[in-house]
Design a protein around this ligand. Structure first.
Ligand code: PAF
Length: 280
């Protein structure tokens, strides 16, 4: 696997990979990789002839007081894992490379409405940061497909909408969440949890599964179910941002019995914000 840090080197390396009509799959990450990321690379390998990955802790998607500074940077280990997983090219840019005029003055890409609800309401500006950096990376790598984890379900929904709205010829693949044995969704932020918090963290997944089971069994009093989910988390010592039952398609509240549903939750344990979701 080759690693490049500059835009000209990235463009040249991608051009070389694309010779003979080869298809490129792209896996953008913020590093501190775990088995969930490596599963995305594996999925990308199945979808194309060559895999490009990126590692960039994007300052634009972190709000004031969030964990940008302490977000774990483990590039050497990550590069070794990506090479082992079969990535062909790693883009590892510096902040100035992607935000040459500073992040505050850069042109932004916004998916309105979808970006302001759920995690967008709790983290104003977060999704503008995500869609802006992903649009930039898409322009640089020009992949045929890009693979994202379903754990960040709202992010995935926004990115699907962004490529549609901006006519980007890129297929977006969502890959199922990888979980620890006790059900906790794998996340780079799990490393922030202390032993007691780590023991309680799987409660989010258990609660989501229980709500999904009740909907499956016929309950459709969604407001009450959301309140019950929130009460379970609160009782276990979480500070809950939301438990929400939404349509898969556009994350709007359910309108009819035919809607395909997803239950999403975000909650804090101490200083760590965890998110997870469960399709019904
Ligand atoms: O999901 C992530 O790790 C990030 O939000 C992404 C898509 C790499 C953009 O910085």
């Amino acid at each position: 696997m080759r690693t490049v840090i500059s835009i000209p080197d990235l463009r040249a390396a991608v051009r070389a990979l694309k010779t003979h009509g080869k298809r490129i799959a792209f896996v953008p990450t913020m590093g501190n990789l775990h088995a969930g990321h490596l599963a995305l690379v594996e999925r990308a390998r199945q979808a194309a002839d060559a895999v490009v990955a990126s590692i960039f802790v994007n300052p634009l998607q972190f709000g004031a007081g969030e964990d940008f500074e302490r977000y774990p940077r483990t590039e050497a280990r990550d590069a070794a894992l990506l090479a082992e997983a079969g990535a062909d090219l790693l883009f590892l840019p510096a902040i100035d490379t992607l935000y040459p005029h500073g992040k505050d003055d850069c042109t932004r890409v916004e998916v309105p409405a979808l970006g302001d609800i759920l995690c967008g309401a709790a983290r104003p500006g977060h999704f503008v940061g995500v869609t802006t950096i992903v649009a930039k990376l898409f322009n640089l790598v020009q992949p045929d497909v890009a693979v994202f984890g379903e754990k960040d379900f709202q992010q995935l929904t926004l990115l699907r909408r962004m490529v549609l709205d901006l006519d980007m010829p890129i297929e977006i693949i969502g890959h199922p969440t990888r979980r620890e044995d006790d059900g906790l969704a794998m996340s780079s932020r799990n490393g922030y949890l202390d032993a007691d918090e780590r023991a309680r963290a799987p409660m989010i997944h258990a609660m989501l599964k229980s709500l999904a089971g009740q909907i499956h069994a016929g309950r459709d009093d969604f407001g009450a179910l959301e309140e019950e989910g929130r009460a379970v988390l609160d009782a276990a010592g979480f500070r809950t941002d939301y438990v929400a039952i939404r349509r898969v398609e556009d994350l709007a509240p359910p309108q009819s019995k035919q809607d395909e549903l997803v239950i999403l939750a975000a909650a804090w344990l101490g200083r760590t914000r965890l998110i997870d979701n469960q399709r019904v």
